[in-house]
Design a protein around this ligand. Sequence first.
Ligand code: ARG
Length: 261
Amino acid sequence: MCPPAHFRVTYSINPWMDPGKPVDLPLAVAQWEVLRDRYRALGHTVEELAPDPGLPDMVYAANGATVVDGRVLGARFAHPERVAEAAAHRAWYRAHGFGEIREPDHVNEGEGDFAVTASWLLAGRGFRSSPLSHPEAQEFFGRPVIGLDLVDPRYYHLDTALCVLDDGSDSEVMYYPPAFSPGSRAVLAGLFPDAILASEADALALGLNAVSDGHHVLLPQAATGLFDPLRERGYEPVPVDLTELLKGGGSVKCCTAELRA
Ligand code: ARG
């Protein structure tokens, strides 16, 4: 995770970002700290990446790389405002003993568009990550990549529209069907017949921008419609308030890069 010490909305690269709307920085920091402390209280280790004053979106750490089995596929950002974040993430992995680190040839925004199940990589495209990043990731990780087409600019990253609930299985996800093209919806329906389907209200609260440890599901507290379906499947929803970070177009998952060492 990367503290939002320099978080602000001064440019707009997704429909959630309105530079005219003020950000309450102390509140953003406090909300982020609650999320970090919640992970720690649940027994997870949280590493912190040093924020850069010139990179206001750096708090969305999920975009910096994708790590599977200790192998690190670095990011390459679509927008010039975020390009420099990728090197900061690669340097962090290098300094922390990750041996296999790839600087990618094609645009991919890390876990914004790559989601990991037990044996697959689900991969979004349409707004940010290049379709060419999919074969690149498949070759690097040696896992089948399932490409999914995003069609609604409000759900510009896969992790705004789909969440893997248990990466020890290939069946547990929740998602918002209208964010996907008809063909991709058919793919998702076929692969995940028992998925939780989010309502528009829960998707708009960025309820799918959640992080699951296989039991606890940390998600935006406004996404109340997801709580019962999660409980019915044996998960424990852990609501968190990240409204200030919503102003940049992200929530729980965007703020969290998972170190699958
Ligand atoms: N303002 C950031 C951007 O538009 C938000 C990134 C959100 N991160 C995510 N994993 N969806 O790039």
